[in-house]
Design a protein around this ligand. Sequence first.
Ligand SMILES: [Zn+2]
Ligand SMILES: [Zn+2]
Length: 102
Amino acid sequence: MQSKRFQKRTEDFICGHCGARTKGQGYTDHCPKCLWSRHVDINPGDRQSDCGGLMEPVGAEAKDGGYVIHYRCLKCGFKHRVKAASDDNLDEMLKIINQPIE
Ligand SMILES: [Zn+2]
Ligand SMILES: [Zn+2]
């Protein structure tokens, strides 16, 4: 059993959905352009998942003056929510904000 240390990641990543290059900020692991993410966390930021599947933004809700994005992993069906970043694409956000969240 290999123990993984908690690390704040700041590396750049390339979106698996739209191909946009995103500058890593340490917390944001989703693409600010299309909002898709990757299944790397079990709890936000822990990078403890080995799945690596693409996470589809399936819905969003307004909360505390910002947005919370709901995700579902295409590979394993894992669901989670993350706080949207301030530079996230608002058009994409508004497309999913009225989607029914299961
Ligand atoms: Zn993208
Ligand atoms: Zn997954």
